[in-house]
Structure formats: C-alpha cells, structure tokens
Write a protein that binds this ligand. Structure first.
Ligand SMILES: [Fe+2]
Ligand SMILES: [Fe+2]
Length: 154
C-alpha cells in the first residue's frame, strides 16, 4: 500500500475511534446502573487504546491528525437530532449496534487492503484485534437491546 493511501486510512480510523470514544464518554455521564456503567467504562478503555494506536502510527509517519469535524462527518448519519444524553437506553443501544456494525465493516475492508502487504503485518494484527473488540461491543449492545425489548414486552 503506498504511503499516502496508508495515511488516508489511518486518519479515517483515528476518526472512527475518536467518534466511539467521545460517544461512550458522553453517554456514560448519564448512566446510573452500575453494571451498565462498568460496561461503558470498559468500552472507553478499549476505544482509547484504539485511538492511541492510530495517533502513534500517524505521528510515526509525520502525518497530520484529522480535525474533529472530519471525525464527526464519518458518522454524521447516525446521530439523531436528540442530544445524546437525552436518548433513551433503547436508542443508545440501537445507536451502539449501528456504530459498531459500521466499525466492523470498515475494519473488514482495511484488513483486506493491508493483509496483502508483508510490511503491514503488525498493523494487520492490530486491525484484527481491534475488530474483535468492536464485534464484542456490537454483541453486547445487541444482547442488552434484546433484554430490554423482552422486558418491555412482558
Ligand atoms: Fe474501537
Ligand atoms: Fe467499539
């Protein structure tokens, strides 16, 4: 992969991860149930690890970080008009599923691109590990969404 393409992708993924980090940080503020709080805290630790990795990679290549607006643009379609902290738990879980689903799709594409380049073997490993994290987030949101829906149906 040529360097400009690589930088483009690293910036895109830095934005993707920053969006997730900011989203869960914003939502955590209004969550009161301890189990759910801890889940969000753990998501935040993971997303920060992801952000830091892309930050480090961009710095190594002497590349500029994307502006926050670029990060927001990646996910512009997801956030409804409602302020994040006013969303119902159900809507938060739905947003979580949608965002993590998009993240997994993006990782699949990036892995395909990086996998053929032996120089990017270490990056490719990280992409796989991070995609697993996003999958687990996605499953968690999906599971808690179904539990909520099952309770509401009773
Ligand atoms: Fe992430
Ligand atoms: Fe995630």
């Amino acid at each position: 992969m040529d360097e400009s393409k690589l930088i483009y992708k690293l910036r895109e993924f830095y934005s993707l991860e920053l969006y997730q980090l900011d989203l869960y940080k914003a939502q955590l503020k209004t969550i009161e149930e301890p189990h759910i709080q801890k889940a969000y805290e753990r998501f935040i630790i993971r997303e920060r690890e992801h952000v830091d990795y892309y930050y480090k990679k961009l710095k190594e290549l002497d590349a500029e970080l994307p502006k926050p607006v670029e990060a927001a643009a990646t996910f512009a379609g997801f956030v409804s008009g409602k302020a994040l902290d006013l969303m119902s738990l159900k809507d938060r879980y739905k947003l979580g599923v949608a965002v993590e689903n998009k993240a997994v799709d993006m990782y699949e594409t990036f892995i395909q691109m990086a996998d053929t380049d032996p120089k990017l073997a270490d990056l490719t490993d990280h992409l796989w590990y991070f995609m697993m994290d996003e999958e687990m987030h996605q499953y968690w949101f999906q599971e808690y969404l179904s539990r909520l829906e099952a309770n509401n149906d009773r």
